[in-house]
Design a protein around this ligand. Structure first.
Ligand code: UDP
Length: 326
């Protein structure tokens, strides 16, 4: 039976995708260099190959030896501020590595390729809800590195129609596996939910709220938070879609509605049963005020519906994983 290769499968989102694939009865192989991933994130029984996705000799050998028919590609660098300081690292680890991997996949006869992209390709857009045909305008090397990868993959697909690609643009991913099997292990991850949870467990003194004078219902920025397990399940649905003959596509992954920073913090405090130490801080440069997904194409394309579209559930799972709740 053919197997699915998950690059970055020892990481946060990749690790949840491995579980979603196993839950769907798929055979999975992980390729991860463990630079930010964790060996213990890979479930028992799944083989972990420690190596670089840009090592085409390794990837070519893996595709043949493990009978790989599909690839989910999560491996890469993900910090926007770091990408500003070290753009070369981002074009190397994201763009160049994806090209190398994709070429090896085309040559190895891989048919389905699911690419981990980001809604930050839309940049500081004022279009909200934001659909996939909104003009991309990345403002960071991170977002540009992902957009360039999307473009390369689309060109490879045009030239090699047997190689079909779903490019999935994530909105704000948060939470942890509802069964507690995995969660965010990366100490350097820095999204709002992660930072709020760290404040809840005392790893951080104060949560800063960046900007309270945006043109939104309470002055703080509005974002589309999606449960990581729903996001992971959407990857499996995207693979099913490609395997049933679906054309390559670009899809937003979000729930299609937003919560403000203050709404999120209030929800977390309610779930936690106490208040967080927090303070107002200046706006963070580059933050669009309102940013959520248009889910029309997602709903029309994939046989997938969210199972955890509930802010309290997202926050409860993240707090539980961090040990802040029983
Ligand atoms: N944010 C905040 N305090 C923090 C981290 C984030 O107020 O310590 C805000 C941030 O300005 C944005 C929202 O929370 O409006 C989500 O930020 P995050 O970095 O999680 O994701 P982004 O939407 O920037 O990709």
């Amino acid at each position: 039976m053919s197997k699915v290769l998950v690059t970055g499968g020892a990481g946060y989102i990749g690790g949840h995708a491995v579980l979603a694939l196993l839950d769907a009865g798929r055979d999975v192989v992980v390729l991860d260099d463990l630079s930010t991933g964790f060996r213990e994130a890979v479930p028992a029984g799944v083989s972990l190959h420690q190596g670089d996705v840009a090592d085409s000799t390794l990837v070519t050998r893996l595709i043949a030896a493990e009978n790989i028919d599909a690839v989910m590609h999560f491996a890469g660098s993900i910090s926007v501020p770091e990408s500003m300081a070290e753009p070369g690292k981002y074009y190397r680890n994201n763009t160049c590595a994806t090209l190398s991997l994709a070429n090896a996949c085309v040559e190895g006869g891989v048919r389905g390729f699911i690419f981990s992209s980001t809604a930050s390709v839309y940049g500081e857009t004022e279009i909200c809800p934001c659909a996939e045909d909104a003009p991309p305008a990345p403002v960071s090397p991170y977002a540009a590195s992902k957009l360039m990868s999307e473009r390369m993959l689309a060109d490879l697909e045009s030239a090699h129609p047997a190689f079909r690609v779903a490019r999935l643009r994530y909105f704000n991913v948060a939470g942890a596996d509802p069964a507690g099997r995995t969660g965010q292990r990366n100490p350097n991850a820095a999204g709002l939910v992660k930072l709020a949870v760290e404040t809840a467990v005392g790893k951080r003194d104060t949560l800063e709220i960046f900007g309270d004078d945006y043109p939104t219902r309470d002055g703080t920025c509005e974002r589309d938070y999606i449960h990581v397990s729903d996001l992971a399940a959407a990857h499996v649905a995207a693979l099913d879609y490609l395997e049933k003959g679906g054309a390559g596509t670009t899809l937003n992954l979000g729930y299609g509605r937003g919560y403000t920073v203050l709404e999120l913090v209030a929800a977390l405090e309610k779930v936690l049963g106490r208040t967080l130490n927090k303070r107002r801080a200046p706006r963070r440069p580059g933050d669009p005020p309102r940013y959520f997904s248009d889910v029309t194409r997602l709903n029309a394309t994939l046989d997938w519906r969210p199972a955890h579209d509930d802010l309290d559930e997202i926050l409860r799972s993240a707090l539980k994983w961090a040990g802040a709740l029983a």
